[in-house]
Design a protein around this ligand. Structure first.
Ligand code: C2E
Ligand code: MG
Ligand code: MG
Length: 562
């Protein structure tokens, strides 16, 4: 190119660059090779490790923004241009963003020669490669990158935007798997059209990842408490109408999550995270529904994630902070402590003691209950062996989670442990909480039969509150039924509870099943339940779950006065 820029002064460059940069997402630059001076549009200074938009000693100072592994390549190119060996400046390499993370860029410049034909300037643009595709080919919508840049351009949120509404197609993966990707694309397009029709000129619609579309609502809808909800419902009604008009056979539902700007927000991109969280909640709540962002719910969710991470570390750190407590189980006829139920406790270094009602579901959700469960079995059996030295009949009750039953090779783990410790099956009983989850998958029955085949004693725990399946009783898969404390707590004053427990105990006994009552807390309740002749009793009246040390000193080999 032979245009002479010599009448333009260095000081004018940035004015021109900044004006032009308003028309593009790229960064613009002029590099004066003769004076070694560099000018770049201001948007680059806010994005990259640059202190100024104009600087001298450019070849040296570019070292600050250039990724150290790529700097030599840049210098070679510039040197080559100056020496007349290289004829273009078109490089893909990395610049460092303000926070130091590398960003792939394409730097493409025109060479501008002076009167003597040597290259005086390189003039061009810098494109962030990750940002290139701002349009989505399937839906014709803008993609997430554009949303991010649009959000950062909003100056007065109170006036310029109303809310973000994220809409996801329920079970989209299954739609794709069942009917193929091109059908999935059609569904996506149909949903997008509905959203766009409903939003109209009042907002912008973006395609996010996968099956999610986001509405940035710019025009305020005055007088509505939750306009995002109304927009979601509008979209859903339109979608339903379109589906029934087209005689379309498939059942299609959507979920929505919204986020509203608030003044406390320090980083505006958090709004996207909030809308994503709300949508996640809508999906967790059973899909086909809408959820407005709730900071309290989000904090609970993040705290759960944090706790799950701590549990993971504790497991990796050789079960640091985990401990088994033991609660005595009374043998009514012998008036003696028959054994104990092992109950898991967890103390985190920062959070302190955490309730099993809180951390056990997290262990289950994360699958960590499998290694922890193995640890429980081994620790409890070892302890039982110790106590058997003083009381040969001592029996340990170990709780099992349905996740262990369904997703691990539990029987093998138990077998291995018993063999290693030379532990006898008559000294252990496994408690399984009745639940619908136990039933799912259909594998449970086989596993329960395996317990029977190996002479392992099984108890059904918390009987009566959950998924009371009388089939378990009928088919005698269990040796013991533990009646839930909810039936025992008020038994003295509640005739209904009394009758249910009485009849059930008789039924169980006639089927040769043993019965244990949980949650006996007072003397009066004890006297009342003794009339019903349970085999075993457990409860705070006798003892709370206690540490190994306390159990040994207070309960081991002790008789009880009833
Ligand atoms: P669960 O197996 O039914 O255990 C009995 C729970 O009732 C224990 O609560 C015990 O402390 C409590 N309890 C016992 N007697 C009384 C009483 O008289 N009054 C009242 N109000 N409560 C009484 P904990 O230790 O908090 O455990 C809660 C649940 O967590 C257990 O219910 C069990 O489902 C689960 N869990 C505890 N340890 C383990 C474990 O090692 N593995 C598995 N998979 N689950 C466990
Ligand atoms: Mg139990
Ligand atoms: Mg129980």
């Amino acid at each position: 190119m032979d245009i002479s820029l010599e009448e333009l002064e260095f000081g004018h460059f940035h004015l021109v660059l900044n004006l032009l940069s308003k028309c593009t997402d790229d960064y613009l630059f002029i590099f004066d090779l003769e004076l070694d001076e560099y000018s770049v549009s201001e948007n680059a200074v806010s994005r990259f490790r640059l202190e100024d938009c104009q600087f001298r000693n450019a070849t040296d100072r570019l070292k600050e923004v250039c990724h150290p592994d790529d700097y030599a390549r840049l210098v070679d190119n510039i040197q080559g241009i100056q020496d007349g060996i290289v004829t273009e400046h078109d490089l893909e390499y990395r610049w460092l963003s303000k926070d130091g993370s590398p960003v792939w860029i394409n730097c493409h410049g025109q060479l501008v020669r002076g009167k003597d034909q040597s290259v005086r300037y390189i003039v061009g643009r810098i494109t962030e490669l990750g940002r290139k595709n701002i349009m989505d080919n399937v839906t014709g919508l803008y993609r997430e990158v554009k949303l991010c840049s649009d959000l950062t351009k909003i100056q007065k949120f109170d006036e310029e935007m109303d809310y973000l509404l994220l809409i996801g197609i329920d079970n989209f993966r299954e739609i794709n798997e069942k009917h193929g990707k091109s059908f999935g694309d059609q569904v996506l397009l149909a949903v997008c059209e509905c959203i766009q029709d409903c939003v109209g000129e009042a907002g912008l619609v973006y395609r996010m990842s996968g099956d999610e579309m986001l509405v940035l609502m710019k025009r305020k809808e005055i007088g509505q408490i939750d306009p995002a909800r109304e927009m979601f419902q509008r979209v859903r009604r339109k979608l339903d109408a379109n589906i029934s008009d087209s005689g379309y056979q498939h059942f299609l539902t959507i979920s929505g999550g919204s986020a509203y700007y608030s003044e406390e927000m320090d980083n505006i991109l958090k709004l996207i995270e909030q809308a994503e969280f709300s949508l996640h909640q809508a999906k967790v709540n059973g899909k086909n529904t809408y959820v407005k962002y709730d900071v309290g719910q989000h904090e609970i969710f993040l705290a759960r994630l944090d706790m799950q991470e701590r549990l993971r570390k504790a497991v990796e750190d050789d079960f640091h902070g985990f401990e088994l407590f033991y609660q005595p189980i009374i043998h009514v006829e012998k008036r003696k402590i028959l054994g104990a139920e092992a109950l898991l406790r967890w103390r985190d270094d920062v959070l302190g003691m955490v309730s099993p009602a809180v951390f056990i579901p997290l262990l289950e959700d994360s699958g960590l209950i499998i290694p922890v469960g193995r640890w429980i079995i081994k620790t409890a059996m070892r302890q039982c062996l110790e106590w058997q030295k003083q009381d040969e009949e001592f029996r340990i009750n170990i709780n099992l989670s349905f996740i262990q039953i369904r997703k691990s090779n539990l029987i093998k783990d138990i077998d291995d442990c018993m063999r290693e410790l030379n532990f006898s099956s008559k000294n252990v009983l496994f408690e399984i909480t009745e639940s619908g989850e136990l039933e799912e998958g259909g594998t449970t029955e086989g596993i329960l039969q395996n317990f029977q085949r190996r002479n392992l004693n099984l108890a059904i725990d918390d009987f009566g509150t959950g998924y009371s399946n009388l089939r378990y009783i009928k088919e005698m898969m269990f040796d013991l039924v533990k009646i839930d404390q909810a039936f025992i707590r008020n038994i003295k004053d509640n005739q209904y509870d009394y009758l249910v427990v009485k009849q059930f105990t008789e039924l169980a006994h006639s089927l040769n099943l043993k019965v244990c009552y949980e949650g006996v807390e007072t003397y009066d309740v004890l006297q009342c339940v003794l009339e019903l002749e349970p085999d075993y009793i457990q409860g705070y009246y006798f003892a709370k779950p206690v540490s190994v040390w306390e159990f040994e000193s207070k309960f081991l080999c002790k008789f009880i006065r009833l």
